[in-house]
Write a protein that binds this ligand. Structure first.
Ligand code: GLU
Length: 472
């Protein structure tokens, strides 16, 4: 087994794709077209920072137009480069296909360390980047719809929206040009926690499969499982929260400066507040320090959730990883070498482009909300509540018994926006899990769940190309 790994992130996506393509019977030309990045836009633009002019490097890659608009986040990080953005855009195509979100994949990146700039400077950079996208028609409700990613959030999306709206006066669907917006700007309730909640739903589904859990030597269900989370950003925080709330023990949380450990379980909110106050995750009063953040990855645990950046588990450290299940909340946290090691060890790797699709799924709901110009639940909430009250009243009359106050509130409740978004996300993740597992079961030669997920994605994208007809 080689541990050289002298290839790029995009190469590793291609490798995983090629490995899966062998289990399909599509024309080579169609496979080549699916793999390729359709449009790569690299830009450099000047921004005045203090007394200086800084030349900022940025990208937007549209990987596939088999469905439009293209969709994918924008990251702010010093690691941003063309290869990384291409790889992430490709993963978006496969991700959207797997969860049946009708978009092509895209990704954007600005090569900056956001911590080094004031909010005003970040706003200038974000608005200038948006103007560059507008100039080349790389943003719009029907063309390409950005969203948050590593280093960005609702605030940056509001700046993008405002810049777009200013340059498209009167465009009635303008709010759908970006997702992950604040609710006051057309965002949807439930978007912030969506990726973390989707990860939880995905792992929960896998943990409820008797044959899989038996194979791993684990008991069924989430309760009691020992979980390690790497990364306490938006995704990691919400993963930890949902696992803890459903009875798992989050025994370690890692950040770039180190990690904290407690075998009885950590509370993510307490750890988050400690880090906010002290500027470091270390010395958390309710846990003990681990010197290196990477130590957390090698702890004895049932479920490991890498929720930060790519390539953190590779040919070097994979042999020391003890988790039975690895849930890829981040994009590309494992290298193909790590994949091979886990296949040999019998570790179940639940792949990124399915497991972290909660974000883009709820982005899709937000986009639909923006195009329909109405909040989810507005039409039916009151009707449902009145009907539930009526039915409950009838049952109580007929039986002569009354339910208690807590049950009454629960039964009578009509769905709010957040209820519908969470339920749509759950339905999406349950369906996607079943689709991937069906592909895996129907072809015993497929070595791992990532390959099964790729086969699923390739079949959907290729079908779309084939039915679309290729331009002569
Ligand atoms: N950045 C997220 C991802 O990698 C969300 C993308 C989106 O909502 O468009 O999936």
């Amino acid at each position: 087994m080689t541990v050289t790994e002298n290839y790029s992130f995009f190469d590793s996506v291609i490798r995983s794709f090629d490995k899966a393509a062998k289990f399909t019977s599509w024309d080579l030309g169609i496979l080549e077209q699916i793999k390729a990045c359709n449009s790569v836009y690299r830009m450099k633009f000047p921004v005045r920072i203090g007394d200086n002019i800084e030349v900022i490097e940025a990208y937007r890659v549209q990987h596939s137009h088999h469905k439009t608009p293209c969709k994918g986040g924008i990251r702010f990080s010093m690691e941003v480069n063309q290869d990384e953005v291409m790889a992430l855009a490709a993963l978006m195509t496969y991700k959207c296909a797997i969860v049946n979100v009708p978009f092509g994949g895209a990704k954007g990146g600005i090569k900056i360390d956001p911590k080094k700039y004031t909010a005003f400077e970040l706003e200038k950079i974000t608005r200038r980047y948006t103007s560059e996208l507008i100039k080349k028609n790389f943003i719009g409700p029907g063309t390409d719809v950005p969203a948050p990613d590593y280093g960005t959030g609702a605030r940056e999306m509001a700046w993008i929206l405002d810049t777009y709206v200013a340059m498209h006066p009167g465009e009635v669907d303008a709010a759908a040009c970006v997702t992950g917006k604040p609710v006051s700007q057309g965002g949807v309730r439930g978007r912030t926690e969506a990726t973390g909640l989707g990860v939880f739903f995905g792992i929960r589904e896998v943990c409820n499969m008797a044959s899989i859990m038996e194979g791993l030597g684990l008991t069924m269900g989430i309760a009691g499982k020992r979980v390690v989370v790497q990364g306490l950003g938006n995704v990691g925080y919400h993963c930890a929260k949902y696992f803890r709330e459903h009875g798992a023990k989050v025994i370690a949380i890692a950040e770039w400066e180190g990690a904290v450990y407690n075998q009885d379980g950590l509370n993510e909110e307490d750890v988050f507040q400690h880090r906010k106050a002290k500027g470091t995750i270390l010395n958390f009063p309710g846990g003990q320090n681990l010197a290196l953040n990477t130590d957390a990855l090698e702890l004895d645990c049932d479920i490991l959730i890498p929720a930060a950046l790519e390539n953190v588990i590779n040919g070097q450290n994979a042999p020391r990883v003890k988790a039975k299940i690895i849930g890829e909340a981040a994009n590309g946290p494992l290298t193909p070498e790590a994949d091979e090691i886990f296949i040999a060890k019998g570790t179940l790797v639940v792949p990124d482009m399915y497991l972290n699709a909660g974000g883009v799924t709820v982005s899709y709901f937000e986009w639909l909300k923006n195009l329909s110009h109405v909040r989810y639940g507005r039409l039916e909430k009151r009707f449902t509540e009145n009907m539930n009250k009526h039915i409950l009243g009838q049952i109580e009359n007929l039986t002569g018994k009354n339910v208690d106050a807590k049950e009454r509130t629960f039964i009578e409740h009509g769905a709010d926006e957040v209820d519908l978004v969470h339920s749509g996300l759950e339905e999406t993740m349950v369906t996607a899990t079943k689709e991937i597992m069906d592909v895996w079961k129907s072809n015993p030669g497929i070595p791992d769940m990532r390959t099964a997920a790729y086969v699923c994605a390739i079949n959907k994208v290729a079908t779309s190309y084939a039915e679309l007809g290729i331009f002569p």
